[in-house]
Structure formats: C-alpha cells, structure tokens
Ligand binder design. Sequence first.
Ligand code: C5P
Length: 223
Amino acid sequence: QAAPVITVDGPSGAGKGTISHMLAATLGWHLLDSGALYRVTGQACLIEGVSWDDHAAVTDIARHLDVTFTAAESGEILVAYKGRDVSAAIRTEEGGRGASKVAAIPEVRQALLARQRDFCRAPGLVADGRDMGTVVFPDAPVKFFLTASAEERAERRYKQLISKGESVSLARLLDDIRERDARDSSRKVAPLVPAEDAIVIDSSGQGIEQVFDLVMQKVTEKG
Ligand code: C5P
C-alpha cells in the first residue's frame, strides 16, 4: 500500500459516512466512499437502459464506469456519471436498492477493485464501505466496524430522507434495511462481516460526537 489506510465498514445507517468524513477532514486524508461507486453503477444502468439483473451488461458498465468525484465549496462531494451530476439520484432509496443489487455481482466487485485501491494516496486514506478491511485493504493498520440496531438505523435514515423532502414510511424503511442487511451479509462474495482485526463499535444510543471521540482515541492509540 502506497499510504496508510483506515477502514470504516458496517451496515447502512450506522454512521459510517459521517464518521469517515470527520476522520478524513481531521487527519487531512483522502476519502473513499465505496458505496458511491456501487450506487453510480446502479444509476448508470438506469441511464443506459440496462437491467440490474443483466450481469454481463452491468459488469461491462462497471468496467468502463466514467465517474468523477468533486468537492463542492460546502464540503459536500459531488458525484457525476459521464459529466452528469447524479449526487442526489444515487442517494434515494431506489439508488440504494440498485447499488445493493449490482454489488451482489462478483464480476462487478472485481471490476471496481483496482479503482478503489487507486484512492490510496499520500498522506493517507479513510475508506468507507462494507469490505474495506476484509477485501479491498486487508493490510490496513486500523480497521473499524461500525454498527447500530436496525431500528435505530431506520430512524436515522427516516429523519435524513424527511429532511430532504422525500416522503417515506418508517416501517417500510425498517423492512428495506433488514432486507438489505440480509442480502449484504449473506452474499457469497465479500459479505458484510467485520475483519478479524477490526475494532467493533455499536453506535446505538450514542451521539455522533461520542462515537467520533472513541474512533479518534483508537486511531491515536494505534498510530
Ligand atoms: O454505503 P452505501 O449505503 O452507499 O452502499 C450502498 C450499497 O452498496 C450497500 O447496500 C451495499 O450493497 C453496496 N456496497 C458494497 N460494498 C461496499 C460499499 C457498498 O457492497 N464496499
């Protein structure tokens, strides 16, 4: 590995995204949002008229994925496919479903592997995902696995979507989260499991600042 990597894995809604952002900003390191790559792949399929179930065609899209990440002044990261801004589209519930579907295709994961490793540049990388510590950066010196109860993750997601003006039902979100958890943790390739050497943190009932303090404490200890 060209530079040190801190991996942050876990299910959706556990606070990985926020913690990874805070960590990268505090350390001044690069950030890899690997979920965004799967989300863009799913979105590209919609744009190109390819079914998420057509494995050969989805793999072809992943291999040639024309995606760019640019930091907006707000600090938000804008995601574009073929130069077209898809930042909002990939964050919808449909975007999440597409990502989870295409992420279950082994050839798609393989196609995105080198691209993810390219993010590892000096001075360091914070890698956010599901298999960062197990598959993509197995040699990372510091690995986290963030989790929270399904109910709490559904509630957090609910608040997020409502604040964006999406109309959703909490019960439906909880069902979706359980279904996605089951799919992500039972798939044959890169299932969602903590790396053997990962520090597991359950964020249920904890504020983000509290979780971040704990993460920073561990990083300082290890570094
Ligand atoms: O993290 P995020 O919610 O954006 O990820 C969307 C979906 O992409 C996940 O539900 C998962 O199926 C897939 N994913 C993955 N491996 C990663 C990151 C995301 O399979 N490293």
